[in-house]
Structures are given as C-alpha cells and as structure tokens.
Design a binder for this molecule. Structure first.
Ligand code: CKP
Ligand code: MG
Length: 310
C-alpha cells in the first residue's frame, strides 16, 4: 500500500563545476523538491508515489528512470507528447556558492492536470505532500494542487505543505494571494520563519502560527537551520536541536527535512523524534553534494546517531 503521494515538477539538472559560459562538462541529474522528498522516503523503505508530468524526450526518460531506480512508484507520471521536460542549470561560483537558472516555462511539468493528481490518489495514501513551488508554475498547476489537496482530504489522507517560497518564480504578494486559499485544506505547514511571513500576517512566529491555526492548519513546523526545528501544535510546541555537520551543499536540505519528518510521522514516532529524524536527514543533505543524492538509507542513518549538536 502506498504511504505517501508527492506532486510536483521534476526537471533534468545540468550542474557545471564552474560557470556555464566556460564549462565544458556538466553532471546530469534530476531536480525537483517533491521528488527529492520521495527519494528520501523511498531510501528509508517507505512506499511512495511521485506524480507529475514529463516530456516524451530523453530528459523525461531520465527523470522516470532515476526515480524508478530509487524504488519510487512512477506509474502515474504522465508523458506529454508536445512539451519538453523542464531543465535546471546550476553553476558553482566563487566560495562554493551555487546559483540556478530554470528553463521551465511551458515545460511538460507545468502541464500537470487535476485528473493526473486525482487519479494518482486512488491508492489512498496516508499522506499527500505538495509544495509552494507547484502553484508558482501557473494556474493549471495551482488547480492541480488544489484538486489534490481536496481529493486527499476526501480520502482521509493528511495533507502536508512545504511553503518553498521561490523569489525566482513569483513575488511575495503573488505567493500570498495564491497560497492563502489553499491553507484551509492543509493539515501541516512546513517552512522557515521568512516563508511563514510570506503566507500570513503577523509580527513574529507565534502570531503567524496562530493565524495558520485559525485557518484550520493543525500543525506548523518551523525549520531554524543551525538552531534545529520547532513544531507547534495548538496547545504545545516541541523543539529538536540540529546536528552539526560540515556544510557542503545546502540545496535539498529542506526536502530532506520534510522526508525525515514524514518518515517519523508514518512510523508514529514522538513529535520530538520526528523532528530529530527530520534534522538528521537535513544534515545528510547539507553535508553531501547534490539535491538528493546524499540522502541516507535506513542503515546509513546510524552514521549520524550521535546526539544533535555533537
Ligand atoms: O528547499 P530545498 O533546497 O530543499 O529545495 C530544492 C529543490 O525543486 C531543488 O531540487 C530544485 O529543483 C527545486 O527545489 C526548485 O524548483 O527550486
Ligand atoms: Mg525548501
């Protein structure tokens, strides 16, 4: 039985070691927040389906093949015959900083439909996970997210939502307008403090969390980077410290965190232990290159079993 369905666009990723203008080589991989979450869950042995749309091209085959090799269920991925698979190009700049360029306008991933998502949820997962990146890709994608959340709720699933605000894709105002109406069908909101400020008004985290509870959200998880993470329930909050590891590549850490949290939730760990696992996966992601490549298998989790912050 499928435990989790994630929805989003996965692109082919070309990663140049230096600047693209003078690069002769780039590593080829795939990138997409909700797919990263699926990889994290699958590596821990969870049954997960990723739904999205890819082009009928080599890059689309790369996406499906990569995820299938990670034991992710790709049976509901639609192949669009007319649009190309989206592309992400990343460059490594001075000081090891990576910057990305998206080529995703008109991509197959932006053509995902409401019925793609509704059909994918027929397996009755326990959790449906989406992020704020998908609605940023256009009205059609926003409608697919809305339909997915409603269908998931109808089928009794928990709806989790990573704010994942991307200034490259839309303004804070546009994000607030589009994401606000979704929140009534979300159970758990995950984001950092700045992302919560994009979603709802409020002078501080506490008042933003209250505003989310007023909209019907039942849990808010705030990622605090090196300080760890805090989960808020209506009448209590729980904190877990971060693991201290050398930072090699922060991209994908948020998705790793979500995968760890969802895994802990599926296994009914205590809320604190869900956050510990979330921080643990985040630590794996930041200390290895690639958005998802360094995510641990269950055996590898032991490599980081020391106390947080050690
Ligand atoms: O919030 P994260 O750094 O965990 O997200 C990384 C992913 O989907 C990355 O794989 C990239 O493709 C993206 O976020 C994006 O569209 O920005
Ligand atoms: Mg993120």
């Amino acid at each position: 039985m499928t435990e989790v369905v994630t929805l989003g666009e996965t692109m082919a990723a070309f990663r140049a070691e230096g600047l693209v203008r003078s690069a002769h080589h780039a590593a080829v991989s795939v990138a997409g927040s909700e797919g990263n979450v699926a990889v994290g869950l699958a590596r821990l042995g969870h049954r997960v389906r990723w739904v999205g749309c890819v082009g009928d091209d080599g890059l689309g085959r790369l996406v499906r093949r990569t995820y299938a090799a990670e034991s992710i269920d790709v049976s509901c991925v639609r192949v669009d015959p007319h649009a190309p698979t989206g592309i992400l190009v990343s460059e490594r700049r001075m000081g090891g900083v990576s910057t990305v360029d998206y080529h995703r306008r008109g991509s197959a991933g932006t053509l995902v439909t409401e019925s793609d998502v509704v059909d994918a949820l027929a397996c009755r997962p326990q959790i449906f996970h989406a992020s704020g990146i998908t609605p940023a890709l256009g009205e059609r994608c926003a409608a697919a997210v809305t339909a997915g959340m409603r269908e998931a709720r109808r089928r009794g699933a928990t709806v989790t939502f990573d704010v994942n605000y991307r200034a490259r894709l839309w303004s804070e105002e546009a994000a607030r307008q589009a994401l606000g109406p979704l929140l009534g069908t979300v159970d758990v909101v995950i984001g950092d403090s700045a992302e919560l400020a994009v979603l709802v008004p409020g002078a501080d985290d506490e008042s933003r969390v209250r505003a989310l509870f007023d909209l019907g959200v039942s849990q808010v998880v705030i990622k605090q980077g090196r300080l760890g993470a805090t989960a808020f329930l209506p009448h209590r909050s729980v904190h877990a410290e971060a693991f201290s590891v050398p930072e090699v590549d922060p991209i994908g850490a948020g998705d790793a965190f979500v995968a760890g949290y969802l895994s802990g939730r599926l296994e009914r760990l205590s809320l604190e232990d869900q956050l510990v696992r979330a921080n643990m996966l985040g630590a794996f992601a930041v200390s290895t290159p690639g958005d998802w490549e360094g995510l641990p298998t269950r055996d590898e989790l032991r490599l980081l079993s020391g106390a947080p912050g050690d």
